[in-house]
Design a protein around this ligand. Structure first.
Ligand code: PLP
Length: 400
């Protein structure tokens, strides 16, 4: 066996804990165990039939060849229409690059902007892939803790974090894992700081359509032409249309030059996004939002249900989510208690015990920059939510 074959870059990457826990849950399920998973990061709905039919039509028409690497012109036009309608953002098709999921759009954007040693500001808690993608680009993550500011970056904390080496700020609203949403005023205040610098914003808006209680999602790039010029807006089909496995994401670049650079890189990485999935995405974007609204309404009912159920656990501090489909819970009051002989000293330990003893998957958030917190996805039925949280409560009641 050849020793030390792997690059430092690859060795720096931490494997995804979410994927590991999901694998363990699947293993238990295959053994016939009744596992309840609050780990999933995808809607539990089927892709709408009209989108599926459109994919079948693409196959029947023989639409199975490479497309333009930035994406089909008709899809890029549909994305421009969507950006204008939903986000008040004006892009032309030459500013759009379609990728294999928002994740690839994020990676491409970071590859474009980040050189070795460049600093990337990541407000924490954060989606666990951001730091790994930054590290793969040779960048240095600069975390800004937001736990004492309602889990949101403030102009003060942002200003403090910016140095001469800062290249990018990653913003995520609605947020995974906290469910928080930045208001128009908050984004405006952040934009004021950013436009005085050379910092780029990569704005991940993948959960934009899953917002509740009349909250409204705003795209930072839409606030004024200066911030528009410094922002790459990222979105995708996964969450809004229950299309996670189709792998279609996209970005809007501030000008054609930026899009062309991204397109050039992607052409070598993947040639293009799956032609059939692109074809079906046009149908998704061109139809009304009835499916997404129906899905959001069901998520909203589950959100209230899981929040009320979790609140019954005295030593859990539950953050009321305004967006996405996750609920974020501070479990630090459990620390120091014992389950049999095991002292609970981390969210990791607690999650392991809950999985082993109660067959319930919750996600410890150490990998999300929030040790002491867990994340529960409510992309599962009300019955499963009630059963799952009851099992957790049972376990907590057994601690001493
Ligand atoms: N951004 C955030 C915040 C996410 O939570 C996810 C998926 O969980 C993604 C991006 C990736 O989405 P996609 O399936 O389009 O790659």
């Amino acid at each position: 066996m050849i020793k030390d074959v792997f690059s430092n870059r690859s060795k720096n990457v931490s494997p995804s804990l979410t994927i590991a826990l999901t694998a363990k849950a699947n293993e238990l399920k295959s053994l016939g165990v009744d596992v309840i998973s609050f780990g999933v990061g995808e809607p539990d709905f089927n892709t709408p039939e009209n989108i599926n039919n459109s994919a079948k039509e693409a196959l029947d028409k023989g639409f199975t060849k490479y497309t333009a690497s930035a994406g089909m012109p008709q899809l890029r036009q549909a994305i421009c229409n969507k950006f204008l309608k939903d986000n008040n953002l004006v892009y032309t098709p030459n500013q759009i690059v379609v990728s294999n999921g928002a994740k690839q759009s994020l990676f491409n954007a970071l590859q474009l902007l980040v050189d070795d040693g460049d600093e990337v500001i990541i407000p924490s808690p954060y989606w666990l892939s951001y730091p790994e993608l930054v590290k793969l680009c040779g960048g240095k993550c600069v975390y800004v803790d937001t736990t004492s500011t309602n889990f949101k970056l403030t102009p003060e904390s942002l200003s403090k974090a910016i140095t001469s080496k800062t290249k990018v700020l990653i913003l995520n609203t609605p947020n995974n894992p906290t469910g928080c949403i930045y208001t128009l005023e908050e984004l405006t205040a952040l934009a004021k700081v950013i436009v005085r610098t050379n910092v780029w914003v990569i704005s991940d808006e993948i959960y934009e359509k899953l917002v509740y209680d009349g909250a409204k999602h705003y795209s930072i790039a839409s606030l004024n032409s200066e911030i528009y010029d410094q922002t790459i807006t990222i979105n995708g089909m996964s969450k809004a249309y229950a299309m996670t496995g189709w792998r279609v994401g996209y970005l809007g670049a501030p000008n054609e030059k930026v899009a062309k650079m991204l397109d050039g890189m992607q052409g070598h990485e993947t040639s293009c996004t799956n032609s059939i999935a692109q074809y079906a995405s046009i149908t998704a974007l061109n139809c009304d939002d009835a499916f997404t609204q129906k899905m959001a309404k069901i998520f909203d009912e589950r959100r209230h249900c899981i929040f009320e159920e979790l609140k019954k656990i005295d030593c859990f501090d539950v953050v009321f989510p305004l967006g996405a489909f996750y609920v974020f819970v501070d479990v630090r009051k459990v620390y120091g208690k014992k389950y049999k002989d095991t002292v609970i000293d981390s969210a990791n330990t607690l999650s392991k015990i809950i999985l082993n003893e109660k067959n319930v998957v919750i996600i410890p958030c150490e990998g999300f920059g929030a040790e002491g917190f867990v994340r529960l996805s409510y992309a599962t039925s009300i019955e499963r939510i009630i059963d799952g949280v009851e099992r957790i409560r049972d376990l907590i009641n057994q601690l001493n």
